[in-house]
Design a binder for this molecule. Structure first.
Ligand code: PEP
Length: 236
């Protein structure tokens, strides 16, 4: 079973999200669908035939943190997943390794599965392993047995929203490198997703990648016709 994670980012109005929800409630899939809308819409998603995730979480438990949302609040809404360390948050909002580590930890403490995003910038392609090692190490160090639940999404930053996708062979190599790194250093098998310009045209090709446990999809998942096509392709 593959994970199909839809990251809405900061898109869709209330009316748009309500009609989106109506349509997804009729989707049947043997894969695991996870929708990550903006915070205000989370409780509109009933999660009957899919799972619901947030796009972020506070690193703090509770209290005077205006504008933040805690892991326990998310859990109380039935949220099962949270995207952590997305490159947009790392780069635009300057989220540090330390902050991301705290967010991963607080998710696990609240039974929320963190979808940890890692990936290199275009100019870092030649140091990809060093970049990924630093991102993985800072997130995984000092996490207890629950670390086996962390889902890792490899998203080359140069691929997000650009239409550029690494070759199948490159993705296979990177995902198997990540799996091996985690197994060797933390003795667990983690699920590895690919994200970055996944769409209805390239998903049949990406489906052939052996080490892929799923997809993190931004832009193309906002359009229901595209999302449904991708779900159908992954079904067969
Ligand atoms: C993302 O937001 O994580 C993402 C992969 O976006 P897109 O599919 O639009 O490249």
């Amino acid at each position: 079973m593959k994970l199909i994670v839809s990251n809405h980012k900061m898109n869709l109005t209330k009316d748009e999200i309500l009609s989106y929800i109506k349509e997804i409630s009729e989707i049947k899939s043997s894969n695991k669908l996870i929708f990550c809308p903006s915070y205000p819409y989370l409780s509109f998603f009933d999660g009957k035939n899919y799972f619901v995730g947030s796009q972020n979480v506070s690193d703090q438990k509770m209290g005077a943190y205006t504008g933040e949302v805690s892991a326990s609040q998310l859990r109380s809404l039935g949220i099962q997943y949270a995207i952590i360390g997305h490159s947009e948050r790392r780069n635009i909002l300057n989220e540090s390794f330390e902050l991301i580590h705290k967010k991963v930890k607080i998710c696990l403490e609240n039974n929320i599965i963190p979808i940890l995003c890692i990936g290199e910038k275009k100019e870092e392609i030649n140091q990809k392993e060093e970049i990924l090692t630093a991102e993985l190490k800072s997130a995984f160090d000092d996490i207890g047995d629950d670390r086996k639940n962390i889902v890792i999404a490899y998203e080359p930053i140069w691929s997000i929203g650009t239409g550029l996708v690494p070759t199948k062979e490159e993705i296979e190599e990177t995902l198997s490198w990540i799996k091996k790194y985690i197994k060797d250093n933390y003795q667990v098998d983690c699920k590895t997703l690919y994200g970055g310009s996944v769409n209805e045209e390239n998903i049949s090709n990406l489906k052939e990648i052996q080490s892929i446990d799923g997809y993190l999809i931004g832009g193309a998942s906002l359009k229901l016709n595209k999302l449904k096509q991708m779900i159908d392709i992954l079904e067969v």
